[in-house]
Design a protein around this ligand. Structure first.
Ligand code: GLA
Length: 415
């Protein structure tokens, strides 16, 4: 009898766990929301309205301008694509703006080596008022997305109760599993519960979703980048341990390439999001983005760090009186990423430090590569003084790796 109960419980647990094997590293791609919002005016603004044309043009850019080959493969539709439900209750896209349907867009994305993401809302309506996925529609909608060959679902949480969400988010994980199609699952669930325990159960979330929005929406300003960063840092003891391969915290989209960030701030968002092991979803116009912003977003070493296979989220380890903050992310092969971030508003600051101060062991000699300039600084021991010059609201970022183990070389020289 006991065995039977155990087996039954194991079965139930198995069914509830999202089991798609996806997103072993944070997802990378493009998401329409922050830049293109709910612009549905295709008569006045045909190039920028939420329509199949916009997604096809972004797909072309992702495939042809080097993005896809660096890992930016998700082309994700956000709110405002829905036209309604048909007589059978099936979701249909707005027929004027998506005349060929979503399956067509998915095929188009796949033909270019991309993946298509879609948006729905666990509730009566999406945040912009389009038909949502109520509890009775969860299975049907999961099936529809799978039939369209969608590869990711962002499930928002407007117009629902806490109870709806507690039932609906796990129910959707089960429904996605049941389709047999691997569909990455992005949940906005915690953001609607304040983002923190006891209202949010992060172990359950990690078993239910591949990524989740914890906090407020990003807007096109440095102030918003800072307020999101501050919240993630304030709660890093809770948030940092719950991220890992297949399940990520999502501080929201990159706004690089838009209107709100200076050059230094754009680099800072990229470096800080990377050290936080955040999803890299751009939300910018890839048709008109500047070469300077492309360089920030396409930095190969930055992407290698973001995509590190260990999938450990970084932490802020130091907050200096000088208003320099140091973030550290452990990486594979005993390497680390370090971000020196300046909150100053006066002038470039000469930050003097040692690896010992940044909690590196004395038993190794390290080398650092500056992630933006490529410059190499070698022979760093725990007590070696170094100076980095950090611009106001900017960063210096290092990829740091051991080149010698002092204990072993000592032993060898005695040999
Ligand atoms: C919420 C989400 C945003 C976006 C909008 C769409 O605010 O947090 O990311 O999806 O809804 O309406």
């Amino acid at each position: 009898m006991l065995l039977k109960i155990v087996l039954l419980l194991a079965l139930v647990a198995q069914v509830l766990v999202l089991d798609n094997g996806l997103l072993q590293t944070p997802p990378m791609g493009w998401l329409s929301w922050e830049r293109f919002r709910c612009n549905t005016d295709c008569d006045e603004d045909p190039k920028n309205c939420i329509s199949e044309r916009l997604f096809m043009e972004m797909a072309d850019r992702l495939a042809k301008d080097g993005w896809r080959d660096l890992g930016y493969v998700y082309l994700n539709i956000d709110d405002c694509w829905i036209g309604g439900r048909d007589a059978k209750g099936l979701l249909v896209p707005d027929s004027k703006r998506f005349p060929h349907g979503i399956a067509f867009l998915a095929d188009y994305a796949h033909s270019l080596g991309l993946k298509l993401g879609i948006y729905e809302d666990m509730g009566n309506l999406t945040c912009m008022g389009y038909p949502g996925t109520t509890l009775d529609k969860v299975e049907q909608d999961a099936q529809t997305f799978a039939e369209w060959k969608v590869d990711m679902l962002k499930l928002d949480g407007c117009f629902s109760t806490r109870m709806d969400r507690a039932k609906g988010y796990p129910m959707m994980a089960t429904a996605l599993n049941a389709t047999g199609r691997p569909i990455a699952y992005s949940c906005s669930w915690p953001a609607y519960e304040g983002g923190l325990p006891p209202m949010v159960n992060y172990s359950l979330l990690a078993e239910t979703c591949n990524l989740w929005r914890n906090y407020d929406d990003i807007q096109d300003s440095w102030k918003d980048v800072l307020s999101i960063l501050d919240w993630f840092v304030l709660h890093q003891d809770i948030l940092q341990p719950v991220a890992g391969p297949g399940h990520w915290n999502d501080p929201d989209m990159l706004i690089i390439g838009n209107f709100g960030l200076s050059f230094e701030q754009a680099r800072a968002q990229m470096a800080l999001w990377t050290v936080l092991a955040a999803p890299l979803f751009m939300s910018t116009d890839l048709r008109t983005i500047s070469a300077q912003d492309v360089e920030i977003l396409q930095n190969p070493l930055m992407i290698k760090i973001n995509q590190d296979p260990l999938g450990i989220q970084g932490r802020r380890i130091l907050q200096e009186k000088s208003q320099i903050e140091v973030f550290k992310r452990p990486l594979s092969d005993e390497a680390s990423a370090l971000v020196f971030f300046s909150r100053r508003t006066d002038m470039p600051f000469r930050y003097r430090s040692t690896l010992g101060r940044l909690r590196f062991p004395s038993s190794r000699v390290y080398e650092a590569q500056d992630v933006f300039s490529g410059q190499i600084i070698t022979g760093l021991r725990d007590k070696t003084n170094f100076t980095v010059i950090v611009n106001p609201s900017g960063v210096v970022m290092w990829y740091l790796y051991p080149i010698k183990s002092l204990a072993i070389s000592k032993w060898k020289s005695q040999d």
